[in-house]
Design a protein around this ligand. Structure first.
Ligand SMILES: Nc1nc2c(ncn2[C@@H]2O[C@H](COP(=O)(O)OP(=O)(O)OP(=O)(O)O)[C@@H](O)[C@H]2O)c(=O)[nH]1
Ligand SMILES: [Mg+2]
Length: 617
């Protein structure tokens, strides 16, 4: 496509990095120094992390836009998440920008997600400014890290021009950037200068009609669905007659109800928007990510946004336990289906498949953490549901051989834990491909390992390294299936009846394994109350009271003080269960259960018998 004009008044940049390298904190500082906030205004930290779950967990989950004005130039900034499971958010964000700021922690150096985001940025041939962040850390090793960044560019086949990247040192938290380590930075002026001078302004074809690619969706209570994206060509007027070009050439006529652009953290309504700017259009509920919006008289669709395929799948089904419907408001399968389909429209990385069983859906995504976030979001919205264990998605090669997703795993741990980590990983079919002992008592190891081996491994790793190990992984592609290995060496302790768990019974069960429920909670037949020491399941009665005759006159029994139970988090529960087990999720509780409860088993058997008898006539 010929592009000859540029819009000098605008810059569009994405901030990309590995998780926790300081992206959202840097955006705060950019806001503070560009007059977005009133003098003396009380401002929260990490203001772009606006979702409840983001604030609670201190991480960014979805990419978000904002803008600042500097030297009469508007800079649209996209803050992206650094966690690998949200990689598609970065891919989506990169479709709206002309350059990126790559943050690298001056102590940690480039990590797996640094590689992923940089690879995607170089592939799109976007200009990159490298910022070595957190140089205030006492363990910062700036020169080494800068070398590592160069090596990473070379490793990713960067050409001469890309290798010649501009770079700065920064303490994002203090809003400081500097050109050398010696000089002391005072503010982010150098960073803003680099953005204005090094990131190219958006270019467009001055003769082409209006085209905007929908890269994000939003919602307003007043005007409904919002389509967000970069105007790639032409300008648009709020009065224009537009059309939204969907998948499979579906066309929806669009009378704009409001045309907006980013203004700080919010939008502001405008009469017209310029080529190169990021616009927000409302007027139909039919928008989907990847659609093109253009003028009615010149409909020309742009290539849809494509992201890497999902690698993990999980079974979502209705809650059919005896306690179903007692804690949540939304329990019907139609509602769950509707909600999951809505998720696929908002999140390009998530796919949903219907199954023969109308109460069961297969949800596919980028990782177990992404799945956990989706389930957590749904339970907060009032849903009750059951989920299975996250499973990797296999593929077949042309000869029909089974292929599985493989990751590169980077481990940084104390020398003394090397043995246990290596042993556990080789048991899980990992192969060590590199080992560096940096001589300071820590080792860096690199493994090639099946993705399925890592599901649930992180907790074990942290226990094995007494919380001091660091592990990071990066999807590297599909390879031949490496064979089975046992996932859990223990069975489950399962309740054999409905009732309420009592201290006396639980106390007596403690020697059998690790309990996962405290006394006083309701239990049902088939619900898992603990992890058995042995490798098979046992059925127990967690409601068994001590015979009254043995009790003291007070009715209280001092000998039954149960060991406190740490409540299971959703992620723990998802990783703990085996193939024939489920996690029951409601707004108030997370319970573990067998997938088929014996009452239901009896029903099924009876149904089968009935069919057989019918068949026999
Ligand atoms: N020492 C130091 N810490 C910083 C600096 N900037 C940010 N941090 C800390 O690093 C942590 C992560 O910061 P965030 O801004 O949330 O990082 P992020 O890159 O947005 O993280 P994700 O969005 O989850 O990938 C927070 O605890 C910050 O306080 C800095 O310049 N120096
Ligand atoms: Mg962030």
């Amino acid at each position: 496509m010929k592009k000859t004009a540029v819009n000098e008044k605008i810059r569009n940049i994405a901030i990309i990095a590995h998780v926790d390298h300081g992206k959202t904190t840097l955006v705060d500082a950019m806001f503070r120094q560009s007059g977005t906030f009133r003098e003396g205004q009380q401002v929260d930290e990490r203001i772009m992390d606006s979702m409840d779950l983001e604030r609670e967990r201190g991480i960014t989950i979805s990419a978000k836009n904002c803008s600042v004005v500097r030297d009469n130039t508007k800079i649209n900034i996209l803050d992206t998440p650094g966690h690998a499971d949200f990689g598609a958010e970065v891919e989506r964000a990169l479709s709206m920008v002309d350059g990126a700021i790559l943050l690298v922690d001056a102590s940690e150096g480039p990590l797996p997600q640094t590689r992923f985001v940089l690879k995607k940025t170089l592939e799109k041939r976007l200009k990159v400014i490298v910022v070595l962040n957190k140089i205030d850390r006492p363990d910062a090793r700036c020169e080494e890290v800068l070398d590592e960044v160069y090596d990473l560019f070379i490793d990713l086949d960067a050409d001469e021009e890309q290798l010649d990247f501009p770079f700065l040192y920064a303490v994002g938290r203090d809003g400081i950037a500097q050109a050398t380590l010696e000089e002391e930075g005072k503010n982010l002026d150098l960073l803003f200068d680099k953005i204005l001078n090094e990131i190219p302004p958006p270019s467009y074809d001055p003769e082409a009609p209006f085209q905007m690619l929908v890269a994000d969706l939003g919602h307003s209570d007043y005007i409904g669905k919002l389509a967000i994206g970069k105007i790639l060509n032409g300008g648009v007027d709020a009065k224009d007659k537009l059309v939204c070009l969907g998948d499979d050439d579906v066309r929806t006529r669009l009378k704009v109800s409001k045309l907006q652009v980013y203004n700080g953290l919010a939008f502001s309504g405008v009469d017209s928007a310029e080529p190169g700017d990021i616009a927000v259009i409302s007027g139909t509920e039919e928008f989907e990510i990847g659609d093109t919006i253009c003028k009615e008289e010149s409909p020309l669709a742009l290539p849809r946004i494509s992201v890497d395929d999902p690698t993990v799948s999980m079974r979502f089904s209705i809650n059919n336990s005896p306690l179903a419907g007692t804690e949540g408001k939304i329990v019907q399968s139609s509602k769950i289906r509707e909600r999951l389909i809505k998720e696929t429209l908002l999140n390009v990385a998530i796919k949903v498949e219907l199954t023969e069983d109308r109460d069961c859906f297969i949800v596919k995504g980028r990782g177990e953490f992404q799945m956990a976030i989706l389930v957590e979001t749904m339970r907060r919205e009032g849903f009750e549901l059951c989920v299975g264990r996250p499973e990797v998605i296999y593929k077949k090669d042309e000869n029909g051989n089974r292929l599985e997703p493989i990751e590169k795993l980077f481990v940084d741990c104390d020398e003394s834990f090397m043995g246990v980590v290596t042993e556990k990983l080789s048991l899980r079919k990992g192969k060590m491909i590199n080992l560096v002992n940096n001589g300071r008592g820590r080792v860096n190891m690199e493994f090639s390992i099946p993705s399925r081996s890592l599901i649930g491994y992180r907790d074990e790793f942290l226990t094995d390294t007494k919380g001091t190990g660091i592990m990071n992984s990066l999807f590297s592609g599909y390879e031949a299936f490496r064979g089975e290995f046992p996932t859990r060496f223990t069975g489950s302790i399962v309740s054999d009846r409905n009732g309420k768990a009592v201290p006396y019974a639980l106390y007596n069960l403690e020697p059998r394994g690790r309990l996962v429920i405290p006394p006083g909670v309701p239990v049902y037949e088939g619900m898992i109350v603990g992890e058995h020491n042995k490798d098979q399941d046992i059925n127990v009665n967690p409601c068994k009271e001590k015979k009254l005759t043995n009790m003291r006159a007070s009715g209280k029994d001092e000998s039954t003080i149960c060991t406190p139970v740490k409540p299971m988090t959703l992620e723990h529960a998802m990783n703990f269960i085996r193939d024939d087990e489920r996690v029951e999720v409601t707004p108030l509780s997370i319970r573990l259960r067998k997938s088929v409860l014996s009452m239901q088993k009896r029903h099924q058997l009876r149904g089968q018998k009935f069919k057989e008898l019918n068949a026999q006539g």
